[in-house]
Design a binder for this molecule. Structure first.
Ligand code: DER
Length: 235
């Protein structure tokens, strides 16, 4: 299977974990998009009734509206029955890197309010340690004095071999999240070392940092699609 076909296989398998009357957190990204399409299909077929979606980004909100999924907010539904979302990396303890699409803040809030958080990935997302795939770990920051915040983040990881960080830019302008904030992309050549919770705490204490893309101890199930078309569910 191609990567896109694996994403679809994982997404469809996760859709079978949704029951009627559920409040469903709708993830963001290409894998989550397949899930949203499948969820809508099951609803239109009548296999699923009375589903309410809580979108994790404006992009997902627009996609869900087009697909005809009724939407609501965390305010009206502070407990979400199940959230389904992709991930950029999954480590053996189910810690994730998410947010390369820039929607980590709302994803983390909604998925953190969920009884069940099912991660849907193709097998290329499985890593030995976070940040190890050479891709970035995103951090959402307040735009005010962003250069100062960037310098604080660089100082925090100055002893990490091969660490670098940069402002995420989109067509020569700073990328802006749905919340009007900026994203700093952190690169750990050898992966994030040490206790991830301690790294998380140090980052979140920095003035100007809002949230980061390491989702620690949050996923309850991981659906992994393989190139041979098989799917395994880890929990
Ligand atoms: O940005 C995000 O959090 C996405 O969910 C990302 O982690 C996975 O995106 P993909 O399904 O397009 O690979």
């Amino acid at each position: 299977l191609t990567q896109e076909e694996m994403k679809r296989v994982a997404a469809y398998r996760a859709a079978d974990m949704v029951a009627s009357d559920m409040v469903v957190g709708l993830g963001t990204g290409s894998t989550a998009a397949h899930f949203i399409d499948r969820l809508a299909e099951l609803m239109h077929k009548g296999s699923l009734k009375d589903i309410i979606g809580i979108p994790t980004s404006l992009k997902t909100e627009a996609h869900a509206i087009k697909a005809g999924i009724p939407l609501s907010t965390l305010k009206s539904h502070p407990i979400v029955d199940i959230s389904i979302d992709g991930a950029d990396e999954v480590d053996p303890q189910f810690n994730l890197v998410k947010g390369r699409g820039g929607s980590l803040f709302r994803e983390k809030m909604i998925e953190g309010a969920s009884r069940k958080f099912v991660v849907i990935v193709d097998e290329t997302k499985m890593v030995a340690c976070l940040g190890g795939s050479g891709l970035s770990v995103p951090v959402e920051i307040v735009p005010f004095s962003w250069k100062y915040t960037l310098s604080k983040i660089e100082k925090l990881f100055k002893d990490e071999t091969g660490f670098s960080a940069r402002l995420r830019v989109d067509q020569e302008k700073p990328f802006e999240t749905d919340n009007g904030n900026y994203i700093i992309e952190m690169f750990f050549e050898k992966g994030v070392s040490g206790d991830l919770n301690e790294v998380s705490d140090r980052l979140l204490r920095l003035t100007g940092v809002i949230e980061h893309g390491m989702f620690l101890d949050m996923a309850t199930n991981v659906v992994v699609a393989k190139t041979d078309g098989s799917v395994i569910i880890l929990n």
